[in-house]
Design a protein around this ligand. Sequence first.
Ligand SMILES: Cc1cc2nc3c(=O)[nH]c(=O)nc-3n(C[C@H](O)[C@H](O)[C@H](O)COP(=O)(O)OP(=O)(O)OC[C@H]3O[C@@H](n4cnc5c(N)ncnc54)[C@H](O)[C@@H]3O)c2cc1C
Length: 414
Amino acid sequence: MFKKAWLIARAVGSIGSVIGYLISRSAWMRMRRIRHRFSSASSSHAGHELRNIVVIGASMAGYHAAKTIAESLLPGSPYRVVGHEHKAFIPYGPYLRRIPEDALRWVRGRAVGITRDSVRLGSGEEIPYEFLIVATGAGATDALPSRVDSDDLSEGISQLKNMQSRIKEAKNVVVVGGGAAGVELATDAKSQYPEKTVVLVHSRDSVMHRFGPGLQKAAMEGLKDLGVEIITGDRLIGEDKERSVVTLRSGKEVECDFLVNCAGQRPNSTLLAELSPNSVTATGHARAKPTMQIDDESLPNVYVCGDVAETSTPNPNSRSARAQAQVAADNVVLAIDGRKPTREYRPNWLEALIKLTLGLDKSVTHIGDFSGTEMLFPAKEKDLALMSGGAWKHMGATPFQDDTESLQRFFNKA
Ligand SMILES: Cc1cc2nc3c(=O)[nH]c(=O)nc-3n(C[C@H](O)[C@H](O)[C@H](O)COP(=O)(O)OP(=O)(O)OC[C@H]3O[C@@H](n4cnc5c(N)ncnc54)[C@H](O)[C@@H]3O)c2cc1C
């Protein structure tokens, strides 16, 4: 009881420190604007060549970093943010509402090479940079559910629908990976189609092994209650599509006419490995300093954030990605003001808060500090869209209203 009260007190403290940070950041931004207004040098940049801050990847980390920096650029600044993204499925744009047109250039394209001073795109365009933020994330495969393997909205939607119909048509569904994605997919499939066999294969002794024992138990029970078969301590080593079976390391064969891989997220760090081979670990993560600069003394102007970065965050997710992006962005702002990048990312256990669905109408929310103290909040779910409307709002968009207009002003400004 005391431990839980202490957990809640610390959670409140953590929220308080985030609010404190936002207040002090807002004061910092205001001071910069006031200083700029009274500075005689404020107009001295006029006519100067543009200096680019390039952000590669525009998802949780990159989008937030680009927005934060572009919003922080002072009028007349010679800097401009250039964001790269090769996917276009959510209505990017509304989140950038307050950004002046000349502060950001949005490039739809894939970065295929990085040198010490420029980024090369698949189109052949070379973009010079003064600061670079790499936020290329991670993926288990290039296909669903980890990634939507298309650059086109309608094609992406049809891939999602195709996956749904393959689950609908299958008799035996095998899901590999007992993290949140695997547990949610297996429980969704089984609660939608109770007559199907759904098997979840996980290499550890319990699903959700990165979390505390309470959540592991709740997830195992949720799977069992629905009738999902769980195979733990084993790995998939092959699939025989003709015989409709998968083989596990133990030698066991499992009937399978639809296999879903939710395991083995691998960071997208190929570009960084070419630029700074020693900064990329065996797992493919890019080693980051607490300032989110890449851990390479010769590249103080290169930052990494989100799933591609190695930090000590226990559970990489969208919250930790954005927190790291905020640090990287603030340090770039300090650096362009001629100051030292002193902001530091320290993983906060509260970032690992998770709401795990266990079928279409049940969820459990978990907070835990990784010392064994955890709290679980089971709930009935009424909203099939599972708070996605809130996520749209969070990104500045009106829920489920496609907005193709607000990004246009940032396109194609070479
Ligand atoms: C199935 C699934 C469900 C999840 N559910 C949740 C959840 O409910 N809550 C939560 O907090 N987290 C969840 N996560 C984790 C969360 O999605 C990630 O932690 C988060 O997206 C990391 O953000 P990121 O910006 O670092 O990387 P990503 O979101 O992976 O984005 C990286 C972006 O970079 C782009 N990119 C990569 N290479 C290039 C290149 N060369 N040129 C241009 N662009 C490039 C990619 O297209 C991608 O859009 C989930 C993950 C998965 C796989």
